[in-house]
Each structure stands twice: as structure tokens, then as C-alpha cells.
Design a protein around this ligand. Structure first.
Ligand code: ADP
Ligand code: ZN
Length: 605
């Protein structure tokens, strides 16, 4: 019996459910329709053709513009036990022959190629003999001159429908959503009454922040403290700026490296590779960086200088948090930066181009000076209307209201988080602060702490807002240890504020309600998960190095976090962890469970 698409999702990818739209798209493809998918970066486009490829008899041909990405995608699939391969100019003739043999024997389900290969008559003949079931055109905007990455080679794809495979359905995918590009894709590829799927371009897991560019280097250091050892991209305007900043960060003990178009391609490849493999955590780059990178666990994207356009900016911040975990984007804004950009614009030859560039720059400036929700501005820019009034995860939504001197209440909250051990949800800490007699508080003896019952003037909901704000401002760190279950700990910045007794501004909460119910929902007895997480992370890195693939291809951060939460110690429970499919269970289950078991023994002694 054929496996259902849900079974394929769990077996090969280790996921329990589809993201919005994926399921509809897959059904449409499987029904033999031409399909266009417009979905933001990180939305999960690849699954939309990978699952059909597994479900269909025959071979799925994937056209992809970048050789570097092709290898990554194939490596990731092979790690999941999916028979995939690529053919491009980086392979030797003998290697290509071998893959062609495998294709003829039906041993490969997905074949990645670059578009120029389709122009080779010999290769066309070879393909014609294969049972091609589906053609996926990735980064399909490359076919359009209206897109920002036009590639003449993509025009070879016109032959697919017209000459080579008139009866094979095509799925075209892109993160560029403008109507012109979409129409171009449909006409250039000769798609037959295609179904078009347009996903929201919102990225709710990104906290979007624009800060004045004052003492930016100091601010960057404190951001990096908060994102210690995590993957960070810092975008600069010039080569020189990348080098100066990278070496300044190195002096501070950070593992940082510069990346710009002045480096030769080998140097760039090495920098990119080390970043992907977590050997350096911070890449300080010009906008030249990013095209060939598909790292899902970038936690912070900083714009040290003003981007040229909202399109570029959104694409760059889109490289944060592709795995869906909370991530942060910070732009340092000063109007002075427009002068440098204006200088570049002045050097353009075509007056029309100059005009377009100025409009784009002005949009960018307006965005930075926006007083309302930044997310709304961005979504409106991309043609989405009617977003929430308050997204709760951009700087203006979390700070523009009436402020007051919240130093004392902030100190109380931070102290309570510390006294309870930096490992509980907001509600538990609030219960302690408000002197609740709830069972979890009494059971843990938290009624004997000096912070017990020291807050009388605020209710639960006001305190929850303060929690949120202290997170947004960097005094508290919030970890999601399970879907929607968060624990808080005081950040280095918060420790410093306590020590220095720094003034902390907070937003005035709405009129305080009088008595409120004390609820003890969602308190979480988090294990000191950071220690185990670090051990699992180290194991992941070791296994990745042995296989010469990036650590995220072994398991994502989210998978590791689930392991620290559920502590699986047998095959069955391990296989329930996010991202654990059949192949990874087989390849890595034992090693990870061994670390978990050892850790459990140590901590329960
Ligand atoms: P895109 O190509 O749209 O930028 P990807 O296909 O690379 O996005 O997917 C982004 C990340 O989301 C990948 O790590 C992928 O494994 C993950 N992902 C995709 N679909 C799901 C799903 N249904 N459940 C969980 N994770 C998913
Ligand atoms: Zn907002």
C-alpha cells in the first residue's frame, strides 16, 4: 500500500504536521496540476516538491540556480534517507556517469540540475529516456527580468513544456511575490492553467527592531552577549567596514569573520563553509553574502548600516530563524547613512534607475522612522493588508506607549527570576512575587524566598506585560522548551542592570485591575536544560564533522530542545522527537540517547 503524505512526512522528515498551505500544494501537485508557490524564505517550499517526489512513481527533476545550494539540499535529503543526487559542472565525467546509471536503474527519486544543463542536447536525450514524473523549478523568479536575480539560463526552461516534457506537471517556487514576476513565471514556463498559492509573508518568529545608531558597537557587543555562540549575520555597507568590525569583534573574543566581494571565491567559500558548520558564529558581511546560504539556525541579523531597499532588507532579515524559532533582527539607523547610499545612486548611469533607487531608499528611511508597527509597514509593502494593530514583536509595538520609571518593579522581577533558579515560566515567578499559595509554589518551598509576596501594586496581567517587555529589552532571556512553554532567565545585561542599579524604563500597563485570580497554569519544571543542550550540541557538531556536513543537517535546534524536554531513552520515544525520521533514528539515535542517559544519571543522583 502507498504511504500517505503524512506518513512520508514523519518517516523521511520526522515532522508531525504540515505548515500552512503545504498540504494543499502537495495534493494539487499529486493531482497532476501545474502549480506556482509564492512563499517567504523559511516557509517550507522544498517539502512541496520533495513529498510528491517520494509519493510519485518515477523521477522528480529539480532545477536550482546555485551549485552550492544544490549540494546542501541533496546532502540534507540523503541524511534523511531520501535517494537524491545532483548533476552539475562540479562533478567529474565518471561521477556523472555513475549517477546516470543510478537514474536508469530507478535508484534515484530526485535529481537536481542547473538550468544550463537542459540546453545540452545530449543531456536532453538522456532525460527523455527517463520516467520524469514532476519538474520543480526552484527560485523561479530567476526566469523573470522583473525579478531582482534574472538569469538568462533560466530561459532554457521554456523547452520543458514546449518540447521536452509537454505532459509532465511543473511546480514553480519562489519567495518573490510581486504580480509581474508571478505572471512572467507562468508565461515563460508555459504553465497550463496553474494553481497559484500565495502564502503570507509574515515571519512571526522574528522580533524586528530599529535602533538609533549611537554607540552601535557597544550595543552590538551586548546583543552578541545575549546570542552567545549562536549564528549571527552582521550586514555592513562596505568591505572596509566588514573588516574593521570583524577584527574588533575578534579582539573581544568572538569568533567572527568578514565576507565581501573583494575576497576571492575560495576565501569566500571557506568563510561560508565555516559559518555553516558552526566553526565561526558571526559573519560580518556586505550584501554579497547570503545567496548561497541556507542555514536554518541564524538567531540574529544585524544591519550595521542602512539597507538600500525594503526588498533587500526583508530578504536579509529573512535569513534569521528559518527554522521557526524566535530570532532577532536589529537595524542601526542614522539618517547620515543615506549620504553614502546617495553617493552610489549618483554614480548610476541611467536616470530612470536613479529615480527608482531614490524611491526605494526613501521607503527604507520612512520605514526606519515609522512610529507604528514595523511589521505592518513591511507586510503592506508586499501587498498584504489588514495585519494586527499590535504585532507584539517589533520595537514600536513594544515600546511606544507611555513610559514610567520601572526600575523597582523590574529589579523585583529580575531578582525573583534569579532566586527561583532561572528556570520557570513567567506565571510561576509572578505567583511567587504576589505571594500565591498555589501548590507548585509551596511544593518547591518558594514561599520561603525573600522575594515571596513582595509585589502588591500590580496584577498578573500587568506583570506579564513587564515580563514581555524585559525580554524585548534584553534583560530577560526567554527559551521555548516546548510548543508555547517558555522559561525565563536573567541575561548578562539584566545582571548588569541589577548590579549597577541602572534605571529601567517600562511601559505603563493598562489601568490595574484590583484582585485577580492566581493561576498556576503553564508553570514548567524545566530541567537546567542548557547544560544538556550544550552537550547535545557538541555531539551534533562532532557527528557533523565526521560526515563533513553542517550540524543542522544532523538535527535542528528545535530537535535538540525537544530532547532536553522529553529526555527520550528508547527508540520509540526518540522517534517521536521533532525532526527524527527513520533514517536519523537509525543513524544517530543511539549516540544522542547515550548522552541523555548519562546526563539523567548525573542529575538524578
Ligand atoms: P524555503 O525553501 O521556503 O526557504 P525550506 O524548505 O528550506 O524553506 O524550509 C525551511 C525549514 O523549515 C527547513 O528546516 C525545513 O525542514 C522546515 N520545515 C518545512 N516544513 C516543515 C514542517 N511541516 N514541519 C516542520 N518543519 C518544517
Ligand atoms: Zn509591531
Amino acid at each position: 500500500m502507498q504511504e500517505t503524505i503524512h506518513e512520508l512526512l514523519k518517516e523521511y522528515f520526522g515532522y508531525d504536521s504540515f505548515r500552512p498551505q503545504q498540504e494543499d500544494i502537495i495534493h494539487t501537485v499529486l493531482a497532476g496540476n501545474d502549480t506556482v508557490v509564492l512563499m517567504p524564505t523559511g516557509g517550507g517550499k522544498s517539502l512541496c516538491f520533495q513529498i510528491p517526489a517520494l509519493a510519485l512513481d518515477g523521477i522528480t527533476l529539480v532545477v536550482s540556480p546555485l551549485i552550492a545550494l544544490m549540494k546542501d539540499q541533496v546532502d540534507a535529503m540523503v541524511a534523511n534517507g531520501i535517494p537524491a543526487a545532483f548533476i552539475n559542472s562540479s562533478l567529474s565525467g565518471a561521477e556523472i556517469n555513475e549517477i546516470q546509471g543510478e537514474l536508469e536503474r530507478g535508484e534515484i527519486k530526485l535529481l537536481y540540475i542547473a538550468p544550463e544543463r537542459l540546453a545540452l542536447p545530449e543531456f536532453q536525450m538522456f532525460l527523455k529516456e527517463l520516467p520524469i514524473a514532476l519538474i520543480a523549478v526552484d527560485e523561479a523568479h530567476c526566469i523573470s527580468e522583473w525579478g531582482h536575480e534574472f538569469r538568462p539560463d533560466y530561459r532554457n526552461l521554456q523547452r520543458c513544456k514546449q518540447i521536452l516534457f509537454p505532459d509532465v506537471p511543473i511546480i514553480a517556487l519562489t519567495a518573490t511575490a510581486t504580480p509581474k514576476v508571478k505572471d512572467d513565471i507562468i508565461s515563460q514556463l508555459h504553465l497550463q492553467s496553474p494553481k497559484v498559492f500565495l502564502a503570507s509573508f509574515d515571519r512571526p518568529n522574528l522580533f524586528i527592531n530599529v535602533k538609533p545608531k549611537q554607540q552601535a558597537s557597544k550595543e552590538i557587543l551586548s546583543l552578541l552577549k545575549r546570542h552567545k555562540d549562536e549564528a549571527v549575520i552582521i550586514y555592513c555597507l562596505s568591505r572596509k567596514e566588514t573588516e574593521t568590525l570583524a577584527s574588533a569583534l575578534k579582539k573581544e573574543g568572538h569568533k567572527a569573520t568578514a565576507y565581501h566581494a573583494g575576497m576571492n571565491s575560495e576565501e569566500r567559500r571557506i568563510a561560508q563553509d565555516r559559518f555553516k558548520k558552526d566553526q565561526v558564529s558571526i559573519i560580518v558581511a556586505t550584501v554579497a553574502f547570503g545567496m548561497g546560504i541556507d542555514k536554518p539556525d541564524v538567531r540574529l541579523v544585524i544591519h550595521y548600516s542602512l539597507p538600500k531597499s525594503i526588498e533587500g532588507y526583508y530578504q536579509e532579515i529573512g535569513r534569521a530563524g528559518r527554522d521557526g524559532l524566535p530570532s532577532e533582527c536589529v537595524l542601526f539607523y542614522t539618517y547620515g547613512d543615506t549620504r553614502t547610499l546617495e553617493y552610489f545612486i549618483g554614480a548610476m548611469e541611467d536616470p530612470e534607475e536613479q529615480k527608482r533607487a531614490r524611491v526605494k531608499l526613501q521607503d527604507m528611511v520612512d520605514y526606519c522612522e515609522e512610529k507604528g508597527c514595523r511589521r505592518n509597514v513591511l507586510l503592506k509593502y508586499f501587498g498584504e493588508v489588514g495585519g494586527e494593530q499590535n504585532c507584539e514583536s517589533c520595537d514600536t509595538c513594544t515600546t511606544t506607549k507611555e513610559m514610567f520609571d520601572g526600575t523597582i518593579i523590574a529589579q523585583k522581577i529580575l531578582s525573583a527570576v534569579i532566586k527561583t533558579g532561572n528556570r520557570f515560566g513567567a506565571q510561576h515567578v509572578i505567583n511567587v512575587l504576589r505571594g500565591s499559595k498555589s501548590k507548585p509554589v509551596l511544593d518547591r518551598g518558594h514561599d520561603t524566598l525573600s522575594v515571596y509576596g513582595i509585589v502588591k501594586e500590580y496584577d498578573d496581567s500587568a506583570l506579564r506585560l513587564f515580563f514581555k517587555e524585559l525580554v524585548a529589552k534584553g534583560y530577560l532571556l526567554k527559551d521555548e522548551i516546548d510548543t508555547n512553554i517558555f522559561v525565563f532567565k536573567v541575561s548578562p545585561q539584566g545582571m548588569e542592570a541589577l548590579r549597577e542599579r541602572s534605571a529601567i524604563e517600562l511601559t505603563q500597563p493598562p489601568v490595574t485591575l484590583s484582585k485577580t485570580k492566581t493561576s498556576s497554569s503553564r508553570t514548567s519544571a524545566a530541567h537546567s536544560y542548557n547544560a544538556l543542550f550544550q552537550e547535545l550540541r557538541a555531539l551534533r557538531k562532532k557527528l557533523a564533522e565526521a560526515r563533513n556536513i553542517p550540524p543542522f543537517m544532523i538535527f535542528s535546534d528545535k530537535s535538540l530542545i525537544e530532547m532536553t524536554e522529553y529526555l527520550p531513552q528508547d527508540k520509540e520515544s526518540f522517534s517521536k522527537i521533532f525532526g527524527v525520521g527513520a533514517q536519523k533514528l537509525e543513524d544517530f539515535g543511539r549516540d544522542f540517547m547515550e548522552v541523555i542517559r548519562r546526563y539523567e544519571k548525573l542529575t538524578t543522583k
